[in-house]
Structure formats: C-alpha cells, structure tokens
Design a protein around this ligand. Sequence first.
Ligand SMILES: [Zn+2]
Length: 263
Amino acid sequence: MHMIFDTHAHYDDEAFDEDREELLAAMNAGGIGTIVNACAAIDGLDKTVALMEKYPFIYGAVGVHPDDADKMTDETLDRIRMLCRHEKTVAVGEIGLDYYWHKEKEEHRIQQDMFRAQMDIAREEKLPFMVHSREAAEDTLQIVREYVKDGMYGGIIHCFSYSKEIAREYLNMGLYLGIGGVVTFTNGRKLKEVVEYAPLSQLLLETDCPYLAPKPHRGKRNSSLNLPLVVAAIAELKGVSEETVIRVTEENAKKLLMKTEEK
Ligand SMILES: [Zn+2]
C-alpha cells in the first residue's frame, strides 16, 4: 500500500512540545508513511537528529534557514557537513533566501554566502538540496541555476510560491516543487496554476508544519495528518485519483531522497 510522504516538516518546533509523541504515534494510522524533518534554526540540527534516531519513519534534512544566516559560523557549517554523513540524512535544507523578513542589502549578502556554502556541502556530500525562497525569485534562480549547471544531486524548491514561468525554469532543471497547504487556499490561485502546469512526476507533498495548515484548518497548527486535504486539492487540479497523487509523489520522494539509503 502506498502512503503519504511528507517531505518537509518541523516536528522539532516548540508548537509540538506538548503532544509530539502522541501525534507522531498517530501517523501510520493516518496514512502517513514517511516524514522528513527539515532543520530551520541552528538549534534545530540536534533536535532533528534526535527525532530521526528515535522514529524509524523520520528522516532528516540538515541545514540552516536564511533567517539564521547571520548567526552561522564555520563551526555551524562543519556541523552540517558532519551530519550529512548520518545514515538518515536525506538532504541539505532548508537553505536559501528570504527577502520578505530581511530587507537590508547586507542581510541579503550574508544569506547568499550561507546559501552558497550549504550548496557546496550538498554537492560535496552528494545530497539533494531543499530550498526556501521568499520574495527572492531572481537571486534564488540565479544561484540554483549556477549550481545545477556544474552538477548537483537533485533538489526541491520547498513551498513553491512563484509564477508558472519561474516554475518552468526549475522543472527544466529536473528539480521538484514541494506543494503544501497553500494549494487549498481560496487565494492560492497562482500555486493552483503551477500545480496544473507541472508534471505530477516533479511534485512532492509537504506540510511545513506547524505552519501553513490547509483549508479548513488554515491558521491552526498544521501536521502531516492534514496532508489528505492537500492530496485532494492536487488530485482535482490534475484530474487524477487521490490514490495516484499519493503513489506518484511517494515514488518521486523515494527516487530523490532514498537513493542515499545505501550510503
Ligand atoms: Zn520549512
């Protein structure tokens, strides 16, 4: 039986402190087969390792979000590189650029430096990358294009929020788009167009929980158990069954992320 593969969640977030264990114990019955916990803050690195060592179905993406780029040191980069060699690490992420929360040119420069440093690690450690990009379409595209041209091991544009035209650029590079709760939003028309346009073979399911709960839970704490709502929205847009969406996105995720299992 095929099960939902959540490629991007933050179960180390304090929003889950009260009931993390019960919630994760409910995943299998809720049809969720595999979860990738993505590091965001620097202190998320150790928390992600703890989760992937405790739960057989949780894997990890190690990296630091652009929000924390200015707090990163050489030591942080060394730690990320070391954690890439953990048998359950499947990607470097989430890394990238966020100009929505950070408007200063100097901040952008630091974010770009740390993005590149972590893309270097992904290449050297032969892992896919997982990109966060907000209000930074052009700079992100330029950096990703440059890296892919010189050879990478695949990648995901997580929580894709740009136009169909930009989606086309990433799809042509053979990358995957992470699709979550936004596709169910009434004002999510731009993403709906992207999902209609993109081949199902390049889409992945993700929650980004505790954030971005799908309709009708918008604004509440999200979890992987809400992914069937995202599956339903994608199935409707693509004119295929929900079962097909679950099966193909699971195959996509395994193809991209689980090839490192024999590491
Ligand atoms: Zn995230």
